[in-house]
Design a protein around this ligand. Structure first.
Ligand code: SAM
Length: 281
């Protein structure tokens, strides 16, 4: 069997399972099985595929056929300019969360020394990307999941930032330490009804604790805002992500808690996705 026949076989298999990215996934998985780049595969379609390599490829295909996300199969995901180790204990970093990094960078200079808190750090992608770009800053990252914290620590070590960020396994409700210049967060914000409607690859494989946030999806966001009032310095910034149809309710909660709303940023599909706010008093 050559690479082309293997790809055709995989393509058909994944398509039959309604996996929209069947073509790209087949190529990526074959590249992974052969420990080559996707480009190397595509320019050598007539090369012979050894039986042993086909066996490795097939094992990867079976995982993808069951809808396991590519990032978990590869144990890696790109976020911002960096690579992060991911596993089933953490949410796979999403491109829209990069808006938070962009906004923080606009509000700070390269040499600024700020103190950041990341609430619900997961893989640590958010705070690690920020501290990479603002090397004189430091921070704290918290998560209710002990396993997520362990994964974030591994990523901090991979990026040589373990001495700049303190990782704590704690619920935001119980966290009281310090005063921060910035609080950043991509909290869980999916309501119960929308959770049921999520795609199988998300619902079955990504941790529920990273996604679910009660009947209105605002359970954690409300706590985040109330806590941020105490944890931010005066004029400190709270920058966080939220979900569909939550903008107006979130603005109200922020204003009630004496936050000034600086801006709401839209994602690539033009949905309001990230809010930048300032603690006034
Ligand atoms: C949507 S994920 C975000 C992960 C990561 N920041 C990212 O953007 O990829 C939310 C994270 O919040 C954590 N979490 C959920 N409830 C929490 C709580 N009450 N206190 C602290 N962390 C919480 C989850 O364990 C999960 O890792």
């Amino acid at each position: 069997m050559n690479y082309l026949s293997a790809l055709n076989y995989a393509n058909k298999l994944l398509k039959s399972k309604n996996i929209l990215s069947h073509k790209l996934d087949s190529e990526l998985l074959l590249a992974k099985a052969l420990n080559k780049s996707r480009e190397e595969i595509l320019i050598n379609l007539n090369s012979n595929l050894e039986e042993r390599d086909f066996y490795i490829f097939e094992k990867l295909l079976i995982r993808r056929k069951k809808k396991e996300p590519i990032a978990y199969i590869f144990r890696q995901k790109d976020f911002w300019k960096y690579k992060f180790f991911v596993n089933k204990d953490v949410l796979i970093p999403r491109p829209e969360t990069e808006i938070i990094v962009e906004e923080v960078l606009k509000l700070t200079s390269y040499n600024s020394s700020k103190f950041f808190l990341d609430v619900g750090t997961g893989s640590g992608c958010l705070i690690l990307s920020i501290i990479k770009e603002r090397p004189k800053s430091h921070g704290t990252a918290i998560d209710i999941s002990k396993k997520a914290i362990n994964t974030a620590i591994n990523n901090a070590k991979m990026h040589h930032l373990e001495n700049k960020i303190k990782f704590i396994n704690i619920n935001i409700d119980k966290f009281r330490n310090n005063k921060y210049d910035f609080i950043v967060s991509n909290p869980p914000y999916i309501n119960d009804i929308n959770f049921k409607r999520l795609e199988a690859n998300v619902k079955q494989f990504e941790p529920g604790v990273a996604l679910k946030a009660g009947v209105d999806g605002l359970k954690i966001i409300k706590n985040l805002i109330i806590k941020s009032k105490k944890l931010l310095k005066k004029n400190g910034k709270l920058v966080f992500e939220f979900g569909e149809n939550q903008e107006d309710k979130i603005k109200k909660i922020l204003m009630k808690n004496k936050f000034y709303i600086n801006k709401v940023c839209k994602d690539i599909r033009s949905y309001p996705r990230v809010i930048v706010s300032t603690k006034l008093f």
